[in-house]
Design a protein around this ligand. Structure first.
Ligand code: AMP
Length: 395
């Protein structure tokens, strides 16, 4: 794996694909600069070597050159984070971009206008990618959030750089973290998969059964498994057409020696409502009119013990409807367990959609080993797919 640390950028212009798809408020101010902060170490390394950085990103989903999606809105924020006054090119290809790059000196940073102002970007157009490739001597991909897309700037452009291409620090860290969980991590390896549906996690479950020692299943998926085994789940969420699949997963896990842990008790509620009446109940005897919306106390104790025995932990998906305070306790408790295991030396990766939101909301972000920056890209990695943006650098 070639990273920025394998290059000296002195007097070189680095063309860096970053993910600056940041949220803006009505006055076009950046409301969360996490993604800019995440790219900072890569940019600083290039500048400290004596090189210059040409940054390219998309912002939102513009239809043509819509002013509200202009990256000029974020120039000041990027300048503030990087500590260098960032220059701006009004287009990401053509004369405007090429002239701005030509006059760029070592130590300077140029931000190109939104890549998605050109439909060729998402189409993965080769001629457009070739135009982009003229804007740097070395191509650096540091955008994990778009690594699962074969877009011009994330994948196709790499073919114009022969050996002069590498992963940025952020993308390298994402790849290493996934690697640790899926192949090189210390055993026992435990995956916690929560969330609402079996159907959206099934490919991950199938891929992961070959890699883990323990699989904790939680959230809404629980009830499809419980019903398939003959339990009574009341009005809990369930995919009836996935019951057979659930039984097959249990069988496969047994054959492979993977221990599956499913909630034994849940917090039942008499409505899908934060103010519903609630009580802990056995997961196999939920009365009609009630539904399980969070993991129960016995379950949390069991999960805690499994997590504390683990040396490598993956967490994807909440244990309950954490958006409602009444059903967030399970997800918070799991966060505490993973934080404690991490403190005792385990490696923990949180990735994919809602668990990242939960981890940030409940303040576990700096208590786990790594929080992934890419939702879809992380899910596809866990499914065992090779991401085009990663493959393009490795080839
Ligand atoms: P996912 O995007 O598949 O990770 O699912 C996340 C969603 O699952 C969150 O919005 C949770 O509210 C929801 N969820 C978790 N547990 C349950 C449950 N027991 N019943 C209904 N929804 C749930």
């Amino acid at each position: 794996m070639k990273t920025i640390n394998d290059f000296n950028f002195a007097d070189k212009k680095a063309l860096v694909r970053v993910d600056f798809n940041v949220p803006l408020n009505e006055s076009f101010e950046v409301t969360d600069d996490t993604r800019i902060q995440a790219a900072k170490p890569t940019i600083i390394k290039i500048l400290e070597d004596g090189g210059s950085a040409v940054l390219m990103s998309h912002l939102g989903r513009p239809k043509g050159a819509q002013a509200e999606f202009s990256l000029k809105h974020i120039v000041e924020k990027v300048s503030e984070v990087i500590g260098v006054q960032v220059k701006f090119a009004a287009d990401c290809v053509g004369a405007a971009a090429e002239e701005a790059v030509a006059s760029l000196n070592p130590g300077e940073v140029l931000l190109l206008e939104n890549l998605r102002y050109h439909a060729e970007e998402t189409a993965g157009d080769k001629a457009f990618a070739e135009q982009l490739s003229k804007l740097g001597d070395i191509y650096v991909n540091d955008a994990f959030g778009t690594a699962h897309r074969a877009h011009a700037s994330t994948t196709i452009v790499a073919q114009f750089f022969a050996d002069n291409k590498c992963f940025g620090g952020l993308l390298a860290k994402e790849i290493e973290s996934i690697e640790k969980v899926l192949s090189s991590g210390e055993k026992p390896v435990t995956a916690v998969l929560g969330g609402s549906k079996v159907s959206s996690k099934i490919t991950i479950i199938e891929n992961i059964l070959d890699k883990v020692d323990n699989l904790i299943i939680g959230g809404g998926m629980t009830y499809t498994f419980v019903k398939a085994q003959g339990g009574k789940i009341g009005d809990s969420i369930c995919e009836d057409d996935k019951q057979q699949l659930a039984l097959e997963i249990l069988k496969k896990a047994e054959e492979k020696g993977v221990k599956i842990h499913i909630p034994v008790d849940v917090i039942g509620a008499d409505a899908f409502d934060n103010n519903a009446n609630t009580k802990p109940m056995d997961v196999t005897t939920i009365p009609d009119g009630w539904q399980g919306l969070d993991a129960g106390p016995e379950t949390l104790k069991k999960f805690h013990n499994v997590i504390l025995d683990s040396k490598t932990i993956l967490w994807n998906g909440p244990l309950g409807v954490f958006e409602m305070e009444s059903f967030a306790k399970g997800t918070i408790a799991l966060g505490h367990s993973i934080a404690e295991a991490t403190e005792k030396g385990a490696f923990s990766l949180v990735g994919g959609g809602d668990s990242v939101a939960a981890v940030k909301q409940f303040g576990f972000g700096d208590k786990v080993s790594y929080v992934s920056t890419g939702g879809g890209a992380m899910l596809e990695s866990l499914e065992g797919k090779t991401l085009p943006g990663i493959e393009a650098i490795q080839n």
